[in-house]
Ligand binder design. Structure first.
Ligand code: HEC
Length: 138
């Protein structure tokens, strides 16, 4: 399935959890909330954007949506992440962000996961706007 369709299917699944939000809002994702979640929960360990920080605990996340796992050049991934052979489409990333260790036991991502399905959807929507070079597509 193309990434866009998978994302639409994913939003279709989570949208009923938020009856107060319109479907249009769900589809666009709440980028402001996504940026807030990223700044607080991911930025300490992950670079993002054209002038992304290097030398952090985690790999940079530019263009991560739709990419195969463990592809950041020179990053020392765990053996489990190297052998996981996943594609980071929206549903897979949602699973990982909800429970990193439950999805990839032995992952070096020392993060307990995001509890809120809305935060997960919004941070994924944000990541989708960054291409491989860190430029914003939207
Ligand atoms: C405490 C540091 C830390 C935090 C916080 C953190 N990560 Fe990670 N992340 C890592 C590390 C380390 C890895 C590599 C894991 C491995 O090799 O097992 C990783 C891996 C990943 C990957 C796989 C990347 C690839 O190239 O395959 C994604 C996607 C990801 N993190 C997204 C996120 C998002 C989104 C957040 C915020 C909600 C987040 N992470 C929070 C440290 C962190």
């Amino acid at each position: 399935m193309p990434v866009k369709m998978r994302r639409a299917a994913f939003l279709f699944l989570v949208a009923p959890l938020f009856p107060q939000a319109s479907f249009a809002q769900q589809q666009a994702g709440d980028l402001a909330n996504g940026a807030d979640v990223f700044a607080k929960q991911c930025a300490p360990c992950h670079g993002l954007g054209v002038d992304f920080k290097t030398g952090l605990a985690g790999p940079p996340l530019n263009g991560i949506i739709g990419k195969k796992s463990a592809q950041a050049p020179g990053f020392n991934y765990s053996p489990q992440m190297r052998s996981a052979r996943l594609t980071w489409d929206a549903p897979m990333l949602a699973r990982y962000l909800k429970s990193p260790k439950g999805t990839i036991p032995g992952t070096r991502m020392l993060f307990n996961g995001l509890a809120s399905p809305k935060d997960i959807a919004d941070v994924i929507a944000l990541l989708e706007t960054y291409n491989d070079n860190g430029a914003r597509a939207q």
